[in-house]
Design a protein around this ligand. Sequence first.
Ligand code: NAG
Ligand code: NAG
Ligand code: NAG
Ligand code: NAG
Ligand code: NAG
Length: 388
Amino acid sequence: MISATKLKSVDFYRKIPRDLTEASLSGAGLSIVAALVMMFLFGMELSSYMSVSTSTSVIVDKSSDGDYLRIDFNISFPALSCEFASVDVSDVLGTNRLNITKTVRKFSIDSNLRPTGAEFHSGTVANAVKHDDEVDEESVEGSFSLTTHNFDKYVHQFPVTIVNFYAPWCSWCQRLKPSWEKTAKIMKERYDPEMDGRIILAKVDCTQEGDLCRRNHIQGYPSIRIFRKGSDLRSEHGHHEHESYYGDRDTESLVKFMEDLVTSLPTESQKLALEDKSNAADNAKRPAPSAGGCRVEGYVRVKKVPGNLIISARSDAHSFDASQMNMSHVINNLSFGKKVTPRAMSDVKLLIPYIGSSHDRLNGRSFINTRDLGANVTVSSIFYMKNL
Ligand SMILES: *[C@@H]1O[C@H](CO)[C@@H](O)[C@H](O)[C@H]1NC(C)=O
Ligand SMILES: *[C@@H]1O[C@H](CO)[C@@H](O)[C@H](O)[C@H]1NC(C)=O
Ligand SMILES: *[C@@H]1O[C@H](CO)[C@@H](O)[C@H](O)[C@H]1NC(C)=O
Ligand SMILES: *[C@@H]1O[C@H](CO)[C@@H](O)[C@H](O)[C@H]1NC(C)=O
Ligand SMILES: *[C@@H]1O[C@H](CO)[C@@H](O)[C@H](O)[C@H]1NC(C)=O
């Protein structure tokens, strides 16, 4: 057994009897200073503990799919013609790409979303459409005004009826008007409708004859359509095939085009042997859309910043009545970023159970305008699923 005295002998902190201590003035001063410093430090710590601070940090997304986000889409527009549908991309960094064609394909569809033929190609890149330079004030009225009532009569009477569907307010129509009327006058003199009657130029005011224009799927003004007696094929869906004129709009070009049309007309004896000859290669005219719709599918690559993907009607030589455009659409598929495999998806679902309800939520949804027309279709790419 170790005795208590022996144990006490290892004490490091030996006590001095209180009687031997002595309070000194300098010691008191030091103590007060120390106490003040301690209180000060405590106060500082407490206040920094209590204060709220906010810090922001930006982290660059380093996912393996690179700097760009791919948006895949497949959207059907039952009432927007492929000739005008344009896919545009813009974002907050100032990117502004209009009419993307490289990665986008268009298919004409009818109002029931059924495709009505092969892929739509917008043809060769046209330069700016030419118009008559000098406008002489004397207004000639050469072309016939057609209405819903006499339209069919004319189209069935003349071998070729060329109709300018226009709207009085539209600036492109106003620029076309003088050369159109002049051309009509010239053609009237050369091919008197009473005597010769091989060709006739007419016009339809779409603000007056809305139904007639809708029936012909007129969406942009002016639209010049070529109707041929007899050869307007009527398919079983009731579509009719005719052509649309996309060439220059000055008198000279118009007259030349009409002359070519007339000379390519078969005379009675040739009529049987025609069929494929009549559609000689001609850049200025292309088949008019046989139905008014378009399916736009493809993808765009966008920067990973807030931005817009816009599908709208656009043209370099037509005006649109925004209040009459029907931008109803059915989204077949719309997805952002790489496709998540089903396995990865189920893994994610374990962590974030509600995620499945928002993924692919738009697929198969339709947005049909029944009353308010004229809205643009905008898909915001602010949200995207990170590549997993
Ligand atoms: C787009 O959707 C239509 C209708 O669902 C479908 O027929 C077509 O094959 C789709 N296109 C692509 C490229 O998936
Ligand atoms: C889009 O561009 C192509 C070729 O660059 C052109 O032929 C087409 O008319 C343009 N479409 C629209 C709607 O502007
Ligand atoms: C497109 O959406 C349909 C449902 O509308 C779906 O069945 C199909 O798998 C989707 N296709 C793609 C490529 O995501
Ligand atoms: C727009 O087009 C859709 C599809 O063709 C049609 O159901 C809808 O009634 C149209 N809306 C108007 C206001 O014409
Ligand atoms: C549609 O977008 C174009 C530009 O992309 C804009 O000029 C036009 O005003 C928009 N129309 C509506 C109805 O928002």
